[in-house]
Each structure stands twice: as C-alpha cells, then as structure tokens.
Design a protein. Sequence first.
Length: 468
Amino acid sequence: MPKTLIGPQLRQLRRERNQTQAEMAKVLGISTAYVNLLENNQRSLSVKMLMALSSAYGVDWRDLMKDDSSNRLASLRTITHDPVFGGESPDIQELRAAIDHAPKLVEQFLSLYRSHRAAIEKMMQVGSERMPNDLLRSSPESFIHDFFRDHSNYFHDLEKAAEGLRDAEPCDPDDVYYMLKTRLMKRHGTKVEIRPTSEMHDTLRYHDETQGALLLSEALDHQNRAFQLAHVLCLVEFSDILIRLTENASVASERGKTRCQVELANYFAAAYLMPYKAFYKAAEETKYDVDMIASMFGVSFEQACHRLTTLQRRGCQGVPFFFLRVDKAGNVTKRFNSTPFTLADHGGACPVWNIHTSFRTPGIIIPQFVELPDGDRYFTISRTTERPAFSSTTQDRRLALALGCELKHAHKIGYAQSFNLQNEQLFSPIGINCHLCPRQACSQRAHQPMLIDLPIDTRRRGNTRYES
C-alpha cells in the first residue's frame, strides 16, 4: 500500500491554530522532531496518529487524507508554460516542492492566475458597445470547467448512484428508455410524453412538475430521449448528491451553481447509460474506437466522447482525455478536461487544428498529432456531429468535436497506430488562441498577440500583416 503523507495538510492545520510545532507535539503527545518529520513528508501517517489528529483538532480524517496535489501539479505545470512568464519554466521537482512546502502560496498563485486569465478573456469578449460593468460579471462556464477539472472530471458519488440504479433494475441498452420511463412513472408519478415540434417550438424537454408530466420534443432521436430521461431522473431522485457537490463551490451566483448542477445531472445520465466498469472494459478492448463503443451502449458519438473523459477512477483508470465542441464560427460550446492541455473557452481556437477542418468532411474522423508552443505533444481526433432540427430554418446545425490525449498514451489508441511517431513532420504546430499564441511566422495568425510583441520591419512582409 502507498505511504500516507500529509505534510502540507498538517502544517496548514497547525498554522490555522497559531501553534508552534512544539505546541502541536504537546497536544498529540509526540515529540517536536516527529511533528517536523511529518510536516516535511519524511514520515508516513499511522492510523493511531490519524485518529489522534482527528480527535484533538475536531477535523474529519477524510479531509486530512484528501490529496489534490496531482491536480495542482498539472495546473501549475500548464500555467508556468504561459508565455506571459517568459524564460525557463520550473521543472517538475520544483513544482512538487512548492506544493509540498508552500501550499498556501501555491493556492494564491493559482487564484491570481485564474483572475488574470478571466480578466484577459473578458477584455477579449467585451465590445465597444458594452458597459464596463460587464467586466465584473463572472462566467459560469469558466467556473464549471474549473469545477470539473478540480475533481479530475470524476464524481464517485454520482457513479455509485448510477451503478446502484442499473443493478437494481438491470436492462439491455435497447430497453433503457422503457426502464427510465417506467421508473419515472412508478416512483415519481411523472408521465413521459412525446410532443410535436410545432407544440414544443424550440424546447427539447420540459418537466411540468405540477402536472406530473415530462414533455420531450419529437425532434430528439432515441439516444437523446434516453439521455434526457436519465438527466431528469437524477434531478428528482438524486438531488441531494447534486446539492452536496455544489454547496461549497466558490461560485458567486445561484445561476452559476444551478448551471453546475445541470452539468452534474448530465454526468449522471452518461454514467447511467454507460456504466463505468463495462464502459472502461469496452474502451480498452476496442482501443478507444468511439463508433464501436457508441454502438455497444446505444449512445451517440458525442455522448461516448464525453464519457471517455470521465474514466478517472483509481485502480480502473482509462486514458485521460480532453473534449472540446465548437460551432462553425469557432465558438466553444462545451469543454471537459482530464489532461494538462489548456482548452480555449471562447471563440477563435487555432485554425491549424483539424477540429475546424472537420466541417469539410462531415461524419469522418480526422486524426492529428499536434504540438503546443511549450513543446507538449498530443494526439487528437476530430469529427462533426448534428444538432436536432426543428424546422427548415434550423437545418445544418452542425458542430465539430475534438477528443485528445497526451502523446504518451497514443499507443493505446487504435486511430493512432498506423502512424510513425518518430517522424517529426507528423506534428502540427498549434496554439490555444491567436490572442495568446506566441508563435512567430504562423500563416494562420488572425490577431496580434496580447502578451508579446511580434517583430515588425517596413522593409519586409511576412506571412501575415502582424509581423515582418
């Protein structure tokens, strides 16, 4: 079993109570030297000492054991590669040392960077006609992305609730819709009705609790009807889990918290339709063939992609993926991440990335190897998906999806196995966003970068008008 090291948590606990190491040692009945060793992770924590800490300081032992260092390490590694810092980035040992020995400083640094990023993004989004007060409004979408990433895009309580429901009423993928429909009626007195689009207009789902009716638009296909039923079932049957997960979330508005609960209900729906263990096994055996996986579980390509980003259970962990969805104008409409990859959360993702090219070849999976400005390399696949059409005016509501992982995992992905990974010409140089990308001589550049100055010389015309 791995050693249990809680140095930063112990140091924080002592400082919150304004105690010296000697004073803490006296409370716990141990030596000052031993407290020092524990705080510096030179001794592992025994069960006896854990119970003593919990009893003496009135803290939950689970809070002491909670270790978010891997998430913080990934965030620090990504942030310190931002061109705004310049120069050589700290190595991974330095970052780990900062997390171990200065956790509060690390948290303040991460908070400062998030504020910096939010300010930059707001500056990019605000037009000349908008009021300055708009700058002060927080973005629920940014909060949701950070909330899910802080949890490694995995919520064990929702997974167990979904597994418990499948175990209680087992069914094949073909019967999921009927089972959910029956449960909503028997357990909650909610009748599911399919209504014509002329009646529903632009509404896909409406839960009329006063009438005990769940109305679904006929514009939804079978896969999305089942998903919507699972989503509503989570809201009515497992709302306590949603409230508990978001009650301590650092979001300013109730609207943002409600949006987060909606996304968590979507998470539950995916976990129910694609049970973790069976889905993980299918992903590994098919080498992450998304079309094949989607067929096995009776879900859409997009739903299968999204579910792949959640395979982060300890002891049963799949390839860590990021997932991005954009519209034809380049606006990001959905993003989830369990990798160090930094996803743009506003329009203008890199045009060199094939997520945009996929609009030319609807329904075709396009593989691509990419390299970020900091040298990190990833393997991605891109493909289009269709949105429900309500009328002739809503045709061609096509979106593009991208699913990607770090290069070190590419050998496990079937889509990547026909490529020669030793060929340096294989990797396309991309950036996160033109506003932030430091690359020079990029023929696809659409904006002057905000954080660096590109060379300009009246005697020479470069690839674009932004540099010589």
